[in-house]
Design a protein around this ligand. Structure first.
Ligand code: ADP
Ligand code: ZN
Ligand code: ZN
Length: 666
């Protein structure tokens, strides 16, 4: 008889290294009982860690006498199912992220800490009231529903492209109803600030099945319970933000991504995945349809439609007879402004308020003023660690750096010439709030930004008061722009639409267009037509005119044509190495040495260049941009170069990262 072969365990371990770690099986534990996805406790350097069993190997690169023995297997069944493991392997490969880091994103902290799986999943929600009945769909909604329905059990990407209020959510709800009838589960992903009680309420009102939510505001235990409810099939619908894309299901039948263009689907540190793209891959692996909904689809998605890869479903009108809002541009070059507000805007606000409606002002900048400047010598208050201007916060009587979060008391004198003439330049939400309280002292104002909603539950409180009509004037940042329904808002004003016009980021115009329409979408419902006023110094900018007087489609076509001309995404693929260090040379040297190892003519390499924000929190920042027309060529180069990374000598003095398909390169 042959002696049994020696087997080693291959484990994914939460470390930044891009490889598996080999271990000897735990003492007395039969290897044939191991299944991929089980947790194994191991000795690792001076401590114990929990790794995930990925498979067996008969040979290891580590000499046998150096291999350590695993301590114990924590599970009788895998905590990560095989389809999720496949997704993890794909994501680690595509984003060139360490598998251990990927798994740490996928597995609830409860399990990563080695806690018992033996806990009841979230209790199903019992109902008293009967579910709301589906609405009678209009022709376009009906066609969209049929298309989604016809691809069940097949992979297909459907883009549900319809203006705000065109009835996209109603289509999701009816598509979901069909999936539930087949006893399958549904995953719904929404942007970070889109997961409001209102969103969840709409689902709960329609379906009498258990629904769980996964977002950053829940405890680790609640997260694990919700996760378990999905994994065991108790939960039929999971509504979650970005990381919910890795939720396990018994039988997933449909994925819905609402506001697919939203930036919050992209993780901006650590494992830098894009939840929409991972979700598409997941639908592909699972042979199911996925619906990407948006009033302003991303240019990547539109490009995929043009290429015939995605199915285009359009909803061109607002549902239920509501009108689209009317736009008015206020050219502030010819108007005098008080605290950033023009007279025509104030007058229009007064009219809407006097008719008993609510008005909403949007300004994407919190605090009182973005600049504190000395009138005498021109000195500006700057963050010493970032070389960026500090924002003046009136309520806190302090200066904040919005880049590294450092704060200091408000300076009374110029640090350069000691003069007392410090001026607050420009507007933030706090300043607008203060100005409005003098213009409209009889009305109540709600300010919604990161500062006013810091306390847990405060956002919900403010939203409730708005719904109850306790506030008539709403002023806020983009937190106010997404996912909310304010039926009494008839006037929306964009205080300053200009940031998109002079940004160095080639995506700024696309973002500006998306945000403008998103904000505008808050105005007007069926009974009350809406108006949108836009203050700008670029009232004749062709793209702005196209957006407002034509539509997002022609606007986005123009931008796509420009991107093609300039060889920018989505026509080429980008990857970005970032490096930061206490000394500029360390970061530059590191990227230069990395670049020296790249020999692929099809990949264009720019840099190492100092990042557009050269210093943050005391560290110098440098970047290296790679662009290529062929994704596989770029992927191959990245794989090779990461392989050689270990030998770069200055590595330990530098913090570096790789961002595949970066959304922010400036
Ligand atoms: P979106 O998700 O595109 O913003 P919603 O699905 O929220 O749009 O629909 C906007 C409004 O129109 C909601 O109040 C909804 O109840 C209503 N609505 C949607 N579809 C219909 C329909 N077919 N008939 C009547 N009202 C509808
Ligand atoms: Zn001065
Ligand atoms: Zn700073």
């Amino acid at each position: 008889m042959n002696s049994p072969k020696k087997h080693y365990l291959q484990l994914a371990v939460p470390t930044p290294l891009r490889r598996y770690f080999d271990y000897l099986p735990p003492a007395g534990f039969p290897v044939e009982n191991l299944q991929a996805g089980m947790r194994i406790r191991i000795p690792f350097q001076q401590r114990e860690l929990i790794g995930i069993f990925m498979g067996l190997t008969e040979k290891s690169d580590v000499p046998t006498h150096k291999l350590k023995q695993a301590i114990e297997c924590l599970d009788q069944k895998p905590v990560i199912s095989s389809d999720i493991l496949d997704l993890c392997r794909w994501a680690a490969d595509y984003y060139h992220s360490p598998i251990g880091e990927v798994i740490a994103t996928v597995l609830p902290a409860w399990l990563r800490q080695g806690k018992s799986t033996d806990i009841s999943s979230k209790k199903s929600i019992t109902r008293q009231d009967t579910p709301t009945t589906p609405l009678v769909l209009n022709a376009e909604q009906h066609a969209a529903l049929l298309a989604i329905e016809s691809s069940h059990h097949h992979f297909k990407v459907h883009v549900l492209d319809g203006v705000t209020g065109s009835g996209k959510t109603e289509v999701y709800l009816q598509a979901i109803a069909k999936v539930l009838e087949r006893d399958e589960q549904v995953m719904v992903l929404v942007p970070e600030i889109g997961l409001t009680p209102q969103t969840v309420q709409r689902f709960r009102e329609r379906f009498s099945v258990p629904i769980v939510c996964l977002h950053s505001g829940i405890t680790e235990k609640q997260r694990y319970q919700a996760w378990l409810a999905a994994k065991t099939g108790t939960a039929r619908i999971v509504i979650g933000t970005r990381s919910a894309v890795f939720t396990p299901f018994v039988k997933l039948g449909l994925i819905v991504i609402d506001e697919e263009h939203d930036l919050s689907f992209k993780q901006q540190d650590g494992f830098r995945y894009h939840a929409r793209d991972v979700a598409i891959m997941r639908a592909h692996f699972n042979h199911i349809p996925i619906v990407l909904g948006s009033a302003t689809p991303s240019l990547e998605t539109l490009h995929n439609i043009h290429q015939g890869r995605f199915d285009h479903l359009e909803l061109r009108e607002r549902a239920g007879g509501a009108e689209l809002p009317q736009f008015q541009i206020l050219d502030v070059r010819n108007l005098s402004l008080e605290d950033g507000l023009s007279v025509p805007l104030i007058n229009e606000m007064r009219q809407h308020l006097e008719s008993g409606n609510q008005v909403m002002l949007f300004l994407n900048r919190r605090g009182f003023a973005p600049v504190m400047m000395c009138d005498a010598c021109g000195w500006m208050a700057q963050c010493k660690r970032c070389d960026m201007r500090m924002t003046y916060h009136y309520g806190a009587a302090s200066l904040h750096c919005h880049h590294c979060d450092s704060q200091k008391n408000l300076v009374k004198r110029c640090e350069n010439c000691s003069a007392h003439d410090l001026q607050a330049i420009g507007q933030g939400t706090e300043r607008i709030e203060k100005a409005l309280s003098t213009y409209f002292s009889h009305y109540s104002i709600a300010r919604i930004d990161r500062d006013s909603t810091r306390r847990k539950g405060s956002m919900d409180d403010i939203l409730t008061r708005i719904q109850n009509g306790e506030h008539q004037i709403l002023i806020g940042t983009q937190m106010l722009a997404k996912g909310h329904h304010f039926p009494d808002v008839t006037l929306v004003a964009i205080v300053n639409a200009d940031s998109g016009f002079f940004s160095a980021d080639f995506r700024a115009l696309e973002r500006m267009g998306q945000l403008l329409l998103q904000v505008a979408g808050r105005a007007g419902r069926k009974e009350k037509p809406g108006k949108v006023m836009i203050q700008t110094r670029h009232s004749d900018h062709p793209l702005l005119l196209q957006l407002l007087h034509e539509n997002y489609r022609t606007f986005s076509h123009t931008i796509l044509a420009e991107r093609k001309q300039a060889s920018l995404p989505p026509y080429v693929f980008f990857a970005l190495f970032r490096a930061e260090a206490h000394q500029l040379e360390y970061a530059t040297d590191f990227l230069q040495q990395l670049k020296n190892q790249m020999h692929e003519k099809k990949v264009q390499i720019t840099g190492p260049l100092v990042a557009p924000m050269p210093r943050r929190a005391g560290k110098h920042r440098v970047q290296l941009l790679l662009q290529c027309k062929e994704r596989p060529v770029l992927q191959r180069l990245l794989k090779n170069v990461l392989h050689h990374l270990e030998v770069i000598p200055v590595k330990h003095r530098v913090r570096w990262s790789l961002d595949v398909d970066p959304l922010e390169i400036f």
